[in-house]
Design a binder for this molecule. Structure first.
Ligand code: HEM
Length: 306
């Protein structure tokens, strides 16, 4: 790791065109930055607390106050003026700690947005008379982007090392499984379109039964409503499958919605016949179970509010 950092950190600075001049600007701003470090910390934690699962990571007062101290140091170090191997090793350590804890990379990216907006606002306010205001802001933006690069590179390395540690057979199997699952997903999308087409057919048939006098008006309308419900659920499922094909997560709740719609259609039809009260009750119990499963699935993926 040390060798890597040694080789990489000069290149990293060069890629971001981070110069000695930038280092000097940052160092010059340090005394002013120190005066609002407390404001920064207050805003930082208020900002990240809205992420929902923050409290799962900063789980008690001890961890929080330790993190607070580390963030203060990290923030002031952005303006330390010397960005050598020790500085970069420290950044790698932060990234590795976050990866080890399973901290979502999105949290780090979003937190950086706060750091950027807050600090640029302060620099603009305090240095608005300075002729080098633009250069100062640019110097800060560069060091911040370099930091973000290093912190997120730990996540990429983790993914790479997981992949590289696989044997050749495992890699081949993984590639084959990915391809196969993608073909099956397209097949599933096609099948869903067929289901939606049948649902349109069912709707047409129900309308025909009503107008041909095979069903009385009440039964006819309820049956049509039921088939519309199925059509709506099938369309919803197609939307979710499209989102899945675009890289989103698999939406199990879509299938549950479709099953609920089909059962509700049965309930609507059977509710007209007193002889089918037991069936209505059984279907009702099934809808309840599916409703509970739906609730559990959708609430599992929603972050708890703090
Ligand atoms: C600007 C973004 C962030 C920076 C610069 C940062 C910085 C740091 C630093 C310097 C450490 C100590 C690393 C070590 O010495 O091993 C650390 C650890 C940690 N960070 Fe962050 N952090 C950031 C965002 C976050 C966010 C958003 C969370 C949670 C939602 C978080 C949770 C943690 C936790 C739980 C630890 C371990 C604390 C401990 O047990 O000592 N960090 N972070």
């Amino acid at each position: 790791m040390n060798d890597n950092v040694q080789n990489d950190y000069s290149a990293l600075k060069a890629h971001y065109r981070f110069t000695k001049e930038d280092e000097a600007f940052l160092l010059e701003m340090k005394p002013q930055i120190e005066t609002f470090a407390d404001d920064f910390l207050e805003g930082f934690y208020e900002f990240i607390w809205n992420f929902g699962k923050t409290a799962d990571f900063l789980k008690d007062e001890e961890v929080l106050s330790r993190h607070r101290g580390k963030i203060r140091q990290w923030y002031l170090d952005l303006f330390k003026g010397t960005y050598d191997i020790t500085y970069f090793l420290q950044l790698h350590k932060i990234g590795e700690t976050h990866v080890r804890l399973g901290l979502p990379t999105h949290y780090v990216n979003a937190a950086f947005n706060f750091v950027r907006v807050f600090t640029i606002g302060k620099i603009q306010k305090h240095c608005n008379q300075s002729e080098t205001l633009t250069e100062r802001v640019q110097a800060f933006e560069r060091i911040l982007d370099i930091n973000l690069d290093v912190l997120t590179s730990s996540y990429r390395q983790e993914e790479m090392s997981k992949y590289l540690s696989l044997s050749l057979t495992e890699k081949t199997l993984l590639t084959w499984l990915k391809k196969t699952s993608s073909y099956f997903n397209y097949l599933l999308a096609g099948a869903l379109v067929i289901v939606a087409t049948f649902a349109i057919g069912l709707f047409g048939y129900d309308v025909y039964l009503l107008f041909a006098g095979h069903n009385d008006v009440e039964e006819g309308i309820l049956t049509i409503l039921g088939s519309l419900l199925i059509l709506w659920a099938a369309i919803e499922l197609i939307h979710q499958e499209m989102a899945h094909l675009r890289g989103g997560s698999f939406a199990l709740e879509g299938f549950i919605t479709l099953a609920i719609a089909a059962l509700i259609r049965k309930i609507l039809i059977f509710s007209l016949s007193p002889a089918k009260s037991v069936d209505v009750l059984m279907y009702g119990a099934l809808v309840l179970c599916l409703g509970v499963s739906y609730w559990l699935i959708t609430h599992r993926s929603q972050p708890s509010k703090k």
